[in-house]
Design a protein around this ligand. Structure first.
Ligand SMILES: [Zn+2]
Length: 67
């Protein structure tokens, strides 16, 4: 399963989502990791590692899809 990480530096937050979460936009615009945006990972471990690397204060799991 693919996991998505949404990094939002403006609100100092990274959020983990499952592949089919309704919150994940259908048209992902590829952006630079350090600028933030949506990033997909092939497993949960890598997604969690990416959240840590993002340097955001709030690293949370989506309450909707509960990854
Ligand atoms: Zn979600």
């Amino acid at each position: 399963m693919v996991y998505w990480v949404h990094i939002a530096h403006s609100i100092d937050r990274a959020m983990l989502h499952r592949e089919r979460c309704a919150e994940v936009p259908s048209n992902i615009i590829r952006t630079d990791f350090w600028e933030g945006g949506w990033f997909d990972y092939p497993d949960k471990e890598r997604a969690l590692a990416a959240m840590e690397q993002s340097g955001t204060t709030f690293q949370i799991k989506c309450p909707l899809c509960k990854p």
